[in-house]
Design a protein around this ligand. Structure first.
Ligand SMILES: [Zn+2]
Ligand SMILES: [Zn+2]
Length: 205
């Protein structure tokens, strides 16, 4: 997709720039974030206004970070290792949240057999140049289709109440009794009366 085509979609170009390429996963994250924000009637989080709970750690999440402003560093991006194309977007201001999940039939690998097989070849460095070209072509076609699919055909949306994480995550640091490195005190473990960091704890096992 060229620039002109990307610009037909609000802020998609930013997502692609951040992620490095256009792909179906990024587009699903893009559509899910747009929908979540529309539902919450929010703008981008300047100061942790939104909280996103993502249920995968793939391309999807990069669009979530760009569009919602929920990032790992701000502590308002929470990762659940469920392997689902789903996210919950909640507002701190209203306490309201929505869980958005891709409909099962929208992303069946059995419907995209050729693409799916090529992904494996490309990832494992077994694809010929011809196959690589074909792969990127299919990747783009699927992305384009996902951009044009009606929202209600793509996702199920449920209102959800979630317990939001505490806002401030800044705590004083103490030196670890083993390595001496400054460590957030709340993250340290007490072993035989001494506070040590988790890295040293793991190394001692
Ligand atoms: Zn990607
Ligand atoms: Zn240590």
């Amino acid at each position: 997709m060229d620039r002109e085509e990307l610009r037909k979609y609000d802020r998609l170009e930013e997502c692609v720039a951040f992620h490095g390429h256009i792909c179906p996963g990024l587009v699903i994250g893009y559509r899910a974030s747009k929908l979540g924000m529309e539902k919450l009637n929010e703008v981008r989080a300047e100061d942790e206004e939104l909280v996103a709970i993502v249920e995968n750690d793939a391309c999807f999440v990069d669009a979530v970070q760009v569009l919602t402003g929920c990032t790992f560093g701000k502590g308002n991006l929470i990762y659940k290792d469920y392997g689902k194309m789903a996210m919950t977007l909640a507002s701190r201001r209203t306490g309201k949240g929505f869980r958005i999940i891709l409909k099962e039939r929208s992303f069946r690998s059995s419907d995209h057999k050729e693409h799916f097989e090529l992904i494996h070849k490309v990832i494992n460095d077994q694809a010929t140049d011809e196959e690589k070209r074909r792969f990127w072509k299919l990747h783009e076609e699927r992305s384009r289709r996902l951009l044009e699919t009606k929202t209600e055909e793509l996702f199920d949306v449920k209102e959800s109440d979630i317990e939001l994480p505490p806002k401030a995550r800044i705590f004083p640091s103490e030196p670890c009794a083993v390595c001496g490195e400054a460590t957030m005190k709340t993250k340290m473990v007490e072993v035989e009366g001494r506070l040590i960091c988790k890295a040293c704890l793991e190394a001692s096992k």
